[in-house]
Design a protein around this ligand. Structure first.
Ligand SMILES: [Zn+2]
Ligand SMILES: [Zn+2]
Length: 239
C-alpha cells in the first residue's frame, strides 16, 4: 500500500509568513485534535476507552478546558479517574504482587504512574500524522523543484523542528540527496536564527534613549518571533 503523503498542508504551511511552517502545521493538527476530543467522539466507547487510559498532558488539558464544554470534560475526566482508581487499587492491594519478596516492590506502581504521566490522547492522535508531514517535507524537497526553492528561501524553523528535520532525514533520504538536504537545512536554520537574533538585538537597542527616534525596522515583533524560534510557540498561539 502506498503511504499517504500530505503535499497540500505542507505546501500551504510553507507558503505562510511565519518563523516555523512546521509549528503552523502542528498547530492545525492540534486544533483539529482538540475539536475532535470535545466533539461527539467522547460518547463513543472506543474513543472513551483511549481517553480513560491515556488522559491528557498539561498543555492539552488546558486546551480541552478552553473549549468550555464542561459536561463533556467532566464525563471524560470522570471515567478516566474511575479507571485510575481501579488500577491503583488493584496494584497496591497486592493482587499483582509477587509473594516471593519480603520487601514491598513498588516498581509496578511507579511504572504505571510514569506511563500515565507520559501519555496524552491528543499528543498521541497528532503524532502519526505529524511524522508523515515531516516525511512529506523530505519527499517534496527531493522530488519537487518548486518546493525545494521554497524550502531554501523560507524563514527557517524553530529549534525543535529543525532537529526533527535532521534526525528523520536519514530514514527518508539517502546518498548525495541526504547530504544536500542537511546542508540546506543547516543553512536556512542558522541564517534565519541570526536574522531574528539581529531583530532582537535592535529591539533591545531601541530601549536606549539615543535610539528612540530611529525606526523600529523589523524589530517590533522580535520577541514573539524569538519565542517561536526558541520554544515552538507560534505567533498565533501567543495571541
Ligand atoms: Zn516549529
Ligand atoms: Zn498532549
Amino acid at each position: 500500500m502506498k503511504e499517504q503523503l500530505y503535499t497540500i498542508p505542507v505546501n500551504d504551511a510553507f507558503g505562510k509568513e511565519c518563523e516555523c511552517p512546521i509549528c503552523a502545521m502542528y498547530d492545525e493538527l492540534e486544533r483539529n485534535a482538540v475539536q475532535f476530543t470535545m466533539g461527539p467522539s467522547y460518547m463513543e466507547d472506543d474513543i472513551r476507552a483511549m481517553t480513560d487510559k491515556m488522559g491528557f498532558c498539561e498543555k492539552h488539558m488546558r486546551q480541552v478546558a478552553a473549549v468550555e464544554n464542561k459536561l463533556g470534560q467532566a464525563l471524560i475526566l470522570h471515567t478516566h479517574m474511575v479507571k485510575i482508581n481501579k488500577d491503583i487499587r488493584e496494584i497496591t492491594s497486592g493482587t499483582k504482587k509477587s509473594g516471593f519478596f519480603k520487601k514491598q516492590d513498588n516498581s509496578q506502581l511507579i511504572n504505571y504512574i510514569k506511563e500515565l504521566n507520559e501519555s496524552c490522547f491528543i499528543c498521541n492522535r497528532i503524532d502519526e500524522t505529524f511524522k508523515r508531514y515531516i516525511r512529506t517535507i523530505h519527499y517534496l524537497w527531493e522530488k519537487d523543484e518548486v518546493f525545494k526553492s521554497k524550502y531554501r528561501t523560507s524563514k527557517g524553523f524553530c529549534t525543535k523542528h529543525y532537529g526533527m528535520l535532521i534526525e528523520q532525514a536519514s530514514s527518508n533520504l539517502s546518498g548525495a540527496n541526504l547530504d544536500v538536504f542537511i546542508e540546506d537545512t543547516n543553512k536556512v536554520y542558522i541564517e534565519n536564527m541570526e536574522r531574528v537574533e539581529g531583530d532582537l538585538s535592535w529591539f533591545i537597542d531601541k530601549f536606549d534613549y539615543r535610539h528612540k527616534d530611529e525606526p523600529w525596522k523589523n524589530s517590533k515583533d522580535a520577541l514573539p518571533r524569538a519565542m517561536n524560534k526558541l520554544n515552538s510557540i507560534s505567533a498565533e498561539e501567543q495571541e
